[in-house]
Design a protein. Structure first.
Length: 186
């Protein structure tokens, strides 16, 4: 058991040393990913699951343009009285600021966008909602073609026209996984 732990630690140190030989975060970096992302609605006790993806391009070392999309897969309500989503997609595009330390990339972004929301038994109508997302996250680059990332996004939406009124659909959505990257400039 101790040998296995030692082998894993040695492998991680070797990957870390190899990753620090080259700086991957620079203008022209293009990165993308797709993953399963759990969400938690803030205005009701509803948990959601999305298929999420992003595409990002660094225009400067510390500045990038990024688009995110969330496709609703499923959701559950902890209380029978809470209204769940039946169908939803959320799309955002905006600017991210990055703080880099070697191959660690910490970032914060603001993205305006649109949400298309249809709620459970209360409406057959899809509500098109102006929306925005605030995202904070981190990435660690381990090779010139991939990195690991973790994001937490707050999405703000108000669905109008639901039974003659409106309904808040704010959520926290977490995503993490393997991202792919490519430097498009030498």
């Amino acid at each position: 058991m101790v040998r296995r732990i030692g082998t894993v630690v040695a492998l991680l140190l070797a990957l870390n040393a190899a990753a620090q030989e080259e700086i991957y975060i620079r203008p022209g970096l293009l990165k993308a990913s797709a993953t399963i992302a759990p969400g938690k609605m803030l205005n009701r006790t509803v948990n959601t699951i999305y298929l999420s993806g992003f595409l990002e391009y660094h225009i400067e070392k510390n500045l990038s343009l990024r688009g995110d999309t969330y496709w609703y897969i499923d959701g559950t309500a902890e209380k029978a009285t809470d209204v769940t989503l039946r169908n939803a997609s959320r799309t955002y595009f905006g600017v991210f600021y990055h703080k880099n330390v070697k191959n660690w990339d910490n970032y914060l972004g603001f993205q305006p966008g649109l949400s298309f929301l249809r709620f459970g038994a209360i409406s057959n109508k899809t509500s098109v909602c102006p929306s925005f997302a605030l995202t904070a996250g981190t990435s660690f680059y381990v090779w010139k073609y991939f990195h690991f990332f973790a994001n937490l996004s707050y999405v703000n939406s108000i669905a109008h026209g639901i039974n003659g009124g409106s309904m808040r659909a704010d959520e926290l959505i977490f995503s993490a996984g393997l991202g792919f990257n490519l430097n498009t400039k030498k």
